[in-house]
Ligand binder design. Structure first.
Ligand SMILES: [Zn+2]
Length: 126
């Protein structure tokens, strides 16, 4: 059973995770912006939701995107490894797909997925 309290706890855990990642400017001083474009695919042939998320150096380096499926609380799409490897190799763009890793009694596994495009802008050389 998923109670309201569990949901509040989940929100708090997510907030702590976000704070723990640190600021983009601290972790990736060369980065001036990160843009993530996502197309959400639902299980089956449901319509697609498009979403674009912007990250600035003053934001947290938390790239775990939430799953949009109702009832999927611990799922999502962690773009952190993709973005970190892009920054490490000074790559400006990357594309790929991720399947939601969340498990729920009400939802089939692989109930949702995204196709993403990440664009990283770097500061001009000083
Ligand atoms: Zn999910």
């Amino acid at each position: 059973m998923r109670s309201r309290q569990n949901y509040a706890e989940m929100k708090e855990i997510k907030k702590q995770q976000r704070l723990a990642t640190g600021l983009i400017s601290d972790r990736f001083s060369k980065v001036s912006s990160i843009i993530i474009k996502m197309a959400y695919f639902h299980y089956g042939t449901e319509p697609i939701v498009m979403r674009t998320v912007y990250f600035l150096p003053s934001g947290y380096a938390y790239f775990n995107m939430e799953c949009l499926e109702k009832g999927c609380a611990d799922g999502g799409y962690d773009l952190g490894p993709v973005i970190i490897s892009m920054i490490n190799s000074h790559k400006k763009s990357a594309k790929g797909k991720l399947v939601c890793k969340g498990k729920s009694a009400e939802l089939p596994s692989e109930h949702a997925r995204i196709a993403y495009e990440v664009a990283v802008e770097y500061n001009k050389k000083s």
